[in-house]
Unconditional design. Structure first.
Length: 278
């Protein structure tokens, strides 16, 4: 069987991340990482458990080192995680770039001790929908075709399914959306570069985008996604995946047919037989 072509140009992605971290300041364009970190920290407080051997899989160790005592692991194809060594694994803002996201989840689950917690956070399907549609419309108008420019984003339902396939117990997927307003299209592009989230697709064009395409993109963007004040809306959708390594102490589903109370009794309605013959 022929392996599918890679999604990500890994060296290009690493160069972009290194540049972003060199230029990072406390109140810079890495706001999305900081929002994700703050949410993860709140979730850990709600779990009300002390984690002694956490690990964080990330391409931005400078930010995610704020998880106290965590081993920082690069989000490479093969993760430097020891099986059964951790009671908490966090996959932080990198799963969207994985060629094999299911493989990443499986590796994280294997790294957990029984009853260990896994949390992943990544941009989801609605992220930059304004930019994606504007680029597609503008490029089609200018050049008559489309080229890979923006990373495809997974939907929350698909990611929840991957959690089940990876073997996590009690999997949960949820999200929140943040809308940012930009003064210009150029400032949005500057922010994306400063986040280390430029175009690192393996199939991308290996030349600079022409001025005509970018000018048309801003015009389409402004026509469709501008606020009444003339600023440009940009959506950032963060998806959180939570699951546990299986343990006997966890809630287990009942066996089919083991219920002791009829649903009709609970609802207080008469039980009627199904009609014969469908």
């Amino acid at each position: 069987m022929t392996a599918p072509p890679p999604l990500t140009d890994r060296p290009a992605l690493l160069r972009q991340r290194a540049r972003a971290q060199r230029l990072a300041t406390h109140d810079d364009a890495l706001f999305l990482h900081r929002a994700a970190l703050a949410d993860v920290q709140e979730r850990l407080i709600e779990v009300n458990r002390t984690f002694t051997t956490p690990a964080v899989v990330t391409g931005f160790p400078g930010i995610w080192s704020e998880i106290s005592g965590a081993k920082l692991v690069e989000d490479a194809e093969t993760l430097a995680l020891t099986p059964g060594a951790h009671d908490l694994v966090i996959h932080a803002m990198g799963l969207q770039w994985a060629d094999d996201p299911l493989g990443q989840l499986v590796q994280c689950r294997h790294a957990l001790r029984p009853d260990g917690l896994f949390i992943a956070v990544l941009p989801g399907g609605r992220t930059l929908n304004e930019l994606r549609s504007s680029l597609a419309e503008a490029e089609a108008m200018v050049s008559g075709g489309l080229s890979p420019r923006v990373l495809p984003m997974a939907e929350i339902r698909d990611l929840g399914g991957l959690m089940q396939r990876a073997g996590f117990a009690l999997p949960v997927a949820d999200s929140f959306t943040q809308t940012v307003h930009y003064a210009s299209f150029a400032s949005l592009c500057t922010d994306l570069r400063a986040m280390g989230e430029g175009n690192a697709l393996a199939a991308r064009l290996r030349r600079f985008t022409g001025r005509a395409v970018m000018t048309a993109t801003e015009a389409v963007y402004r026509a469709n996604f501008a606020t009444p004040e003339g600023r440009l809306r940009a959506t950032f959708d963060l998806i959180f995946l939570t699951g546990w390594a299986a343990h006997d102490s966890q809630q287990q589903p009942l066996r089919p047919g083991s219920a002791k109370t009829r649903l009709a009794d609970v609802l207080g309605v008469p039980e009627e037989p199904l009609p014969k013959g469908g």
